[in-house]
Write a protein that binds this ligand. Sequence first.
Ligand SMILES: Nc1ncnc2c1ncn2[C@@H]1O[C@H](COP(=O)(O)OP(=O)(O)OP(=O)(O)O)[C@@H](O)[C@H]1O
Length: 333
Amino acid sequence: MLEFQNITKIYESKKKQIVGVDNVSLTINKGDIFGIVGYSGAGKSSLLRCVNLLERPTSGKVLVDGVDLTQLSSSELRIARLKIGMIFQHFYLISQKTVGENIAFALRAAKTPKNRIEQRVNELLEMVGLTDKRDVYPGQLSGGQKQRVGIARALANNPSILLCDEATSALDPKTTLSILRLLKEINEKLGITIVLITHEMDVVKEICNRMAIMQDGRVVETGEVYDIFAEPKEPLTQEFIKSVVSFDIPNEILKDVKGQIIKILFKGEVAGEGVISDTMQRFNVKGNFLHGTIEYIQERPLGIFIMELQGEIAAVNEAKHYMEQRGAIVEVV
Ligand SMILES: Nc1ncnc2c1ncn2[C@@H]1O[C@H](COP(=O)(O)OP(=O)(O)OP(=O)(O)O)[C@@H](O)[C@H]1O
């Protein structure tokens, strides 16, 4: 388990102080794939770098399995850091070393016995699907392959936590997906906790189970990814969700709408269309579908319908109330 307790990071520049992280407390459970989202300057990197103390917090505690890293001596911290792997947007591979040597470098740094190194390099290359690239140089690899080497290197010493700093931001969408799938596989097979920072909600939607949204150094909302996608509470969260689950109805259609426009959400297995058709039969209202989709988040369906409801106001209200009783989340748009 990873816990941030009241973490504040203040950068001292010439004359002023810049608050990078402002009193953040978060708990990340073992086995989570935890996404931290926010615009540029929100404090994501600063917070992530506090995990392995690449940035030392100005105040607060970073607890890994109950041990406060800020209290460790430098030799204790060196050992603790071996259990925290990290991958980066720009990979940071050593260009003069082959793929195999890049990975071996991390093993030597952890004083792995010489006779174990070759076998471990081969295991890691197999895990990331690069067995045939052991003797080539990073310059001969695609971006996705370079990130796979980065992942192999980060996993070399069997970490319990993997930090991902915008790990897919330099990659095209198809390669991004293949790297995210690899990260998910690693999380499931090895039970490694993954903390990733990103400005792309698609990344969070694809692999994270829990998330936090940051702004001005603070966490503005946190929770299960599914719940946040279904019912984002803060305006900033709503803005991020809109970037992946958008249903803007064209003005052409809106200008002909006479009734009330509502958004109806069905979480999980509730059979949305059945509830809507029951509603239309029970109440004296007429419904026109303007939009309907089912998103899969964490492999759970989230049904989203936009409808126009026409009828007496009392009947429309009764219809909405009935749908809520049947498990829908109804909102007037
Ligand atoms: N080394 C530093 N010295 C001074 N200020 C810094 C330093 N690193 C970050 N900051 C400031 O701290 C704030 C948070 O920056 P941070 O890089 O953590 O945000 P971010 O959300 O990761 O943004 P990005 O996605 O652009 O990296 C910003 O105002 C930034 O200018």
